[in-house]
Design a protein around this ligand. Sequence first.
Ligand code: GLU
Length: 506
Amino acid sequence: MNKRVRVRFAPSPTGGLHLGGVRTVLYNYLFAKKHDGDFILRIEDTDQSRFVPGAEEYIFNCLKWAGLEPDESPVPGGIYGPYRQSERKELYSKYADQLVMDGHAYYAFDTPEALEKMRYDYKTEQNPSPQYDHSLRMKMRNSLTLSADETHQLLAAGIKHVIRIKMPEHETLSFTDIIRGEVSFDSSFVDDKVLLKADGMPTYHLAVVVDDYLMKISHVFRGEEWLPSVPVHILLWKYLFGLENMPLWAHFPLILGPNGKLSKRDGAKYGFPVFAMSWTDPKTGETVEGFKEKGFLPEAFINFLALLGWNDGTEQEIFSRQELIEKFSIERVHSAGAKFDYEKAKWFNHEWIKLSEVSSLKPEIRSLLSEKGITDIDDALLGKVIGLVKDRCTLLSDFMPQSSFFFKAPQTWDADAVKSKWNEQKKEFFKQLIRNYSDTTAWQAPVLEENFQTTAVANQLKPGELQLPFRIMLVGGKFGPPVFQIAELLGKNETTSRIKNALEVF
Ligand code: GLU
């Protein structure tokens, strides 16, 4: 690659960041890092009507959590800034004017009512939604149909207008998509898109081309929903910059849910997240849970996301961030849709929890415990507990039922699970167990188990039938790691006092 690699993620801050969006970030990021290039975050907020407070900050937070932070962005900035299109407003009109001057664009003065009428008047069975295009533009009120004088007067009088691109008729516009190969469009099927709006703001099409040019973007990688926009972008590149330094393009496949394109609705229906982090819609107050809050590790999140549409050609599934950077290639991104499988995503998380160092899990587990009101946590015990239970946890939230009882004695017991088989003999056994355990000097799981077994046998009881009540005494219910390991970590005093307390209730 001879040009410096500069790629960008260019979201419109309109809501939660869904899986498709984060995957676009990830592939851009991996490509940039692999080629020692720059990853840029540009906020495309030219559509003021879609402005959603908090959405931009939310995007920053998601990228931070996933460890995909940009090299240049509105914060901390960079030499090609500003990186928010609304702050670049002044810059676009000269390009639009140049297009008009060169005959590639024109002023259009049509009112919303006139546009509505056009859509109604020219509607036919073959053409149910007529567009403002080469076939209709000469029937509308614009600088192509008005005289130069009239146009001038309208502009001078400050009459509301937009600037539209004049799409050529029957021009074949082609480009080579890195993933899909040669893609061609017939320009006649594309309407005369608005480039500059009445409020002076550029539309996406003009802004994206101008900014990709000014920010020296080398590759544009985005979702396939942007493929239909390419003919307009190619023409703008040609008219404005003579195709010089036009980026290479690749369009990523859709992420598929159980019924076609993965949607927020699928998430709600099937109970899985589709956003990176929880998003609360400021208008409705409705919150949609994200992967972070569901208990995913960022490492697992980016690992499964990387494989939604890409593989390295081997059977390998677990990749660290560094390995992904080394092995990622855009050419190996599939062109067919990638199916999202939540069970598989959880499998990745389980693998990553198992791979994680105890120390790296500590802060997260500590904060989950404190959300449950458990704040007085001995650090050494926390480390041992995490080490004991982590292999049993698929989601970080699974740590709670597996471990909170280590730090807080049960207040209630699942007595129903014991009741039917409970008797005096068993009660006596546990009283004796308290005495035996109080005398034990080697407080270790195998010793405790051995002692438990012999005491049971001596009392003509089956050890297997005593283990459930023992577990319930220590943790409150039928959950948790092996019971003697629990006792070992709880220590002598805590174990015997939990047996005593439970005996009073059983
Ligand atoms: N602003 C567009 C979006 O919201 C960016 C598309 C592109 O990357 O060109 O996704």
